[in-house]
Design a protein around this ligand. Structure first.
Ligand code: AMP
Ligand code: ZN
Length: 477
């Protein structure tokens, strides 16, 4: 199986060759934990989750290590603590929990490791000391700065020269900087701010050093893939490369750099000032009078656009995705999870994560199954269809496959199969006693709850109709 990925470092689509196929290593920059994740933040999570699933499929689940960090030391967190009167730890713990809940709701697997920056301060200090010793960094007025002129490849990833950067960027000019582009590795903390003892006094790390230190500690001086949104390419990733390559020049740091494009809303950039800003939780639970959108639907909409293209979130796309998933789930209802992913779906995903192509193959497979249903679809086809969808993280939750409904805001899965089993059992005993009153009562109650009931010799089939009301199912079993 050949995997091809567009490497931002070379600006080319390349054949992916892992350093060690027994341990394929990926690092993705995670969130700064001071607030709910907005839906743009979910894009890299979903994109790299698909890559993670692909790598696990190709190299084996035990041969992939995926690390995604939590930035839990940052001035935005400090500001949030100061304005709310709450402790930093309380805020970062709460936000971390929210983040994991929200990302699991959109079907993202947890990475193998999720380090918090504050647990790696010692590793950051050692790396900074090494950089000073090698002449790549200098201490000045309680700060430590990285000297960009000491690294000849600085700017290579984003394709800028240092002079261009100075001209184009609003860089902070500080008297202690030798070059305006020099960036902070360590800065002093006042008593009320979080701080750690260091050779340069009590202080805290700059943002970029955490990813260099944590990826080194957890993945080594060279690893395979580094990912994140393309807004991070400069300065964050440029600075990570400078730090890591100067600290461990023989390592080479990450070999393949992948960047997802940005998310927009209804054709406009998502921003607080335009009023089109919403969090993943807003979307899941419903907001501003809009109904909630199930996590699987959010995931489907995201995967319909290639990760390297800007993507638009619209309510209309969500509606279409919802209808498609409902159909797919009913087609896959008999699946036991024993199928093999279709090679065309696998190939599409392996071709630089062409998820929209993978989805169109799934559409073809679904159409074929649907056309055959009148005759009996070979069970293998259904199984393979479901296995293929699961490569994208869709159609999980086998127990609920046949009876999946979008219940209210969160898209809770309601398992109608237990109701179907119950009705079937009632009918079995009624056949013996010739008393069908319990069967009729159950059927009437289900119809009243908006459930479509189909009874045949072979069994009972239930489906949620358009007026389905889950509340009316209570007490029926
Ligand atoms: P942050 O917490 O802002 O550092 O962002 C966490 C991750 O979300 C990074 O990988 C960003 O590149 C990514 N990200 C932020 N905004 C967007 C957006 N509008 N669309 C896609 N990705 C985004
Ligand atoms: Zn990072």
């Amino acid at each position: 199986m050949t995997i091809k990925l567009t490497n931002s470092k070379t600006r080319k689509k390349e054949i992916f060759e892992p350093i060690d196929p027994n341990n394929v290593r990926m690092y993705v920059c995670g969130p700064t934990v001071y607030d709910r994740a907005h839906i743009g933040n979910a894009r890299p999570v979903i994109v790299f989750d698909v890559l993670y699933r692909l790598l696990r499929h190709v190299y084996g689940p035990d041969h992939v290590t995926y690390v995604r960090n939590f930035t839990d030391v940052d001035d935005k967190i400090n500001a949030r603590a100061a304005e709310s009167g709450r402790s930093i730890r309380e805020i970062t713990d709460e936000t971390t929990g929210w983040y994991l809940d929200d990302m699991r709701a959109v079907g993202a697997m947890d990475p193998d490791q999720m380090p918090r920056a504050t647990e790696f301060i010692g590793a950051m200090i050692s790396m900074i000391e090494g950089l000073i010793a090698k002449g790549h960094a200098y201490a000045a007025e309680g700060h430590v700065l990285f000297s960009v002129e000491s690294y000849k490849d600085y700017g290579k990833l984003s394709g800028r020269s240092i002079d261009d950067m100075i001209a184009g960027a609003r860089v902070e000019v500080a008297p202690y900087k030798r070059n305006p582009m020099d960036f902070v590795l360590w800065k002093p903390s006042s008593d009320e701010l979080p701080g750690w003892d260091s050779p340069w006094g009590r202080g805290r790390p700059g943002w970029h050093i955490e990813c260099s230190a944590m990826s080194y500690e957890l993945l080594g001086e060279s690893f395979d893939i580094h990912g994140g949104g393309n807004d991070l390419m400069f300065p964050h990733h440029e600075n990570e490369i400078a730090q890591s390559c100067c600290a461990h020049p023989q390592g080479g740091f990450a070999r393949y750099w992948l960047h997802n494009e940005m998310l927009q809303v209804e054709g406009k950039k998502m921003s607080k000032s335009l009023g089109n800003f919403f969090t993943v939780r807003d979307l899941l639970d419903g907001h501003d009078g809009m109904p909630g959108v199930p996590g699987e639907v959010i995931r489907f909409v995201f995967l319909s656009t290639h990760y390297r293209k800007p993507m638009d979130w619209t309510a209309e796309k969500a509606e279409q995705a919802k209808a498609t998933l409902k159909k797919w789930r009913s087609l896959g209802s008999s699946a036991l999870g024993t199928g093999n992913a279709d090679p065309r779906v696998l190939e599409a995903i392996a071709d630089d994560l062409n998820t929209s192509k993978a989805i169109s193959v799934l559409h073809e497979m679904a159409k074929k199954i649907q056309n055959q249903q009148r005759h009996d679809t070979p069970p293998d086809e259904v199984e393979d269809f479901v296995a293929s969808a699961r490569l994208l993280g869709l159609l999980e939750d086998r127990a609920n496959m046949g009876a999946w409904v979008f219940e209210g805001a969160v898209g809770k899965l309601i398992d109608l199969t237990t109701y179907a089993d119950h009705l079937f059992a009632l009918r079995q005993s009624a056949m013996e006693t010739k008393d069908f009153s319990a069967v009729d009562a159950m059927k009437t109650a289900l119809l009243d709850a908006g459930v479509e009931v189909r009874m045949s010799k072979a069994g009972v089939e239930l489906d949620a109709g358009p007026n389905f009301d889950a509340a009316k199912l209570e007490g029926l079993l």
